[in-house]
Design a protein around this ligand. Structure first.
Ligand SMILES: [Zn+2]
Ligand SMILES: [Zn+2]
Ligand SMILES: [Zn+2]
Length: 351
C-alpha cells in the first residue's frame, strides 16, 4: 500500500474516511489511484455503500449516474443487512475486497464488472452460511463467492486450526480466489501448447489432473510430508490449480507488503541472504518464455528485499510476544513459481 497524504499534509490511510487534522471527508479514488478530499473541486462523490452503511470509502465521479463505486458495483449478492452483526462482518469483507482490487489495479490488471462485461468481468457473492448452508468460498465463471462467516474471527480461527493452516485471512481468501478468476480469464483460453500454458505446467504441474478427486484425496490424507520444500502452503500441494492460487495470493501479499514498508520508509539492510537469493535458477523463467536477465535480477532483488523485511517483521512480532507475522518459508521452487506469477502479472498488465 502506498503512503497517502491529505491536501493539508496529514497522513491518510487506505481505510480513512475523514482527515483527523483538517476534518474534511476523504476517500479513495480508484481512477486517480490516490486518497482524495471529497470536496466539489475534485468532482467526486462518496460511494452509496459508504454514505448509507459506512462499509466503503471509495469515491466515484460526480458526473456519472451510478451511486456505487467500482468495487461495490462488482457485488452481485450482499448479505442480509437486517442484523447489526451482518453489517459489521460485511464491512470487514468489503475492506479486504477493496484491498485486493487496489493491488490488482496497481499491477495494471483491468477489472470490468461482470455486469459490464459478462465474458471476462468479475462479480462477488458475499453470502452467509447461516442463511445458505450450501455456500462455500470459491470461484466459478467470474463469480467469487465468499462465506460471510469467515469475517467472524472466531469462526475463521477454528477453520484455520482444523485445516492446519498457518495463516488464514479474509484478504488471503480474496487473493486466492482472484487467482482462479485470472486463470480462467487469461490462461484457460490459450492453446494447450501456448508458451504460457507450458510454463504454467512446468512450474505448477499438469492442470488436467482430476480436480475433484485430487481435492478429496487431500482432505483425507492431509498435507504431504515435506511440502515446505516445494509449496508455499500445505494446501498448495493438493492440485496444480490450488498451487497456482496459493502462489498468486502470496505474490500479491508480497507486492502489498513491500510497497507498504517502502512507502513508509522502512528499509532493511545487512541481513544474511537466504539460500534462495543466490544467483541462478531461482530468478529465471521456464525456458519456453523469453529470457530477460535484467527482469530476473529485478525480481530477485525485490524478493530479497521482502525476505529481509519479513525477517524484521517476525522479529518485531517476537518482541511483542506474538506469533511470527509472516509464517512462511520461500524455497527455491517457490521462488521460481513466484517468478512466473510476476511474469503473468507483467503480461496481464494493461489487458
Ligand atoms: Zn487533512
Ligand atoms: Zn463502494
Ligand atoms: Zn482454490
Amino acid at each position: 500500500m502506498q503512503r497517502f497524504t491529505c491536501d493539508c499534509g496529514n497522513v491518510l490511510f487506505f481505510g480513512s474516511t475523514i482527515c483527523l487534522k483538517c476534518g474534511i471527508e476523504v476517500g479513495y479514488d480508484p481512477q486517480r489511484g490516490n486518497m482524495i478530499q471529497v470536496v466539489p473541486v475534485h468532482g467526486v462523490k462518496r460511494c452509496a455503500n459508504g454514505t448509507k452503511y459506512n462499509v466503503c470509502n471509495w469515491v466515484l465521479p460526480t458526473t456519472v449516474k451510478e451511486t456505487l463505486c467500482q468495487a461495490c458495483r462488482k457485488n452481485r449478492t450482499i448479505p442480509d443487512l437486517s442484523t447489526e452483526r451482518n453489517l459489521m462482518l460485511w464491512g470487514r469483507m468489503e475492506m479486504a475486497k477493496r484491498r485486493l482490487l487496489y493491488t490488482l489495479l496497481r499491477l495494471g490488471i483491468r477489472l470490468p464488472s461482470k455486469m459490464e462485461n459478462p465474458q471476462i468481468g468479475l462479480a462477488f457473492d458475499i453470502i452467509s452460511t447461516l442463511s445458505n448452508p450450501t455456500v462455500t468460498t470459491g470461484h466459478l465463471n467470474g463469480v467469487i463467492t465468499v462465506n460471510l462467516e469467515e469475517a467472524d474471527d472466531t469462526y475463521r480461527q477454528i477453520n484455520r486450526q482444523q485445516l492446519g493452516e498457518n495463516s488464514r485471512t479474509l484478504l488471503g481468501h480474496f487473493r486466492h480466489e482472484s487467482a482462479h478468476y485470472l486463470w480462467q480469464r487469461c490462461l484457460s483460453d490459450l492453446a494447450w501448447d501456448d508458451p504460457l500454458r507450458l510454463a504454467f505446467r512446468e512450474r505448477f504441474g499438469d492442470e488436467w489432473l482430476d480436480y475433484a478427486s485430487a481435492l478429496s484425496a487431500h482432505y483425507q490424507k492431509g498435507n504431504p510430508t515435506g511440502w515446505e520444500q516445494n509449496y508455499i502452503t500445505g494446501y498448495a500441494a493438493s492440485h496444480p490449480w490450488e498451487d497456482w492460487a496459493e502462489t498468486w495470493a502470496h505474490y500479491l501479499q508480497i507486492v502489498d507488503g513491500v510497497e507498504t514498508c517502502e512507502s513508509l520508509g522502512i528499509q532493511v539492510q545487512f541481513i544474511a541472504l537466504p539460500l534462495v537469493m543466490l544467483p541462478g535458477e531461482a530468478g529465471t523463467l521456464p525456458s519456453m518464455l523469453p529470457q530477460d536477465g535484467v527482469a530476473d535480477g529485478e525480481f530477485l532483488a525485490w524478493l530479497q528485499r521482502w525476505m529481509c523485511l519479513s525477517t524484521v517483521l517476525n522479529e518485531i512480532s517476537h518482541s511483542l510476544g506474538e506469533q511470527p507475522l509472516y509464517p512462511f518459508v520461500i524455497s527455491v521452487p517457490v521462488a521460481q513459481k513466484l517468478r512466473l506469477a510476476h511474469h503473468f502479472a507483467t503480461v496481464w498488465a494493461g489487458k
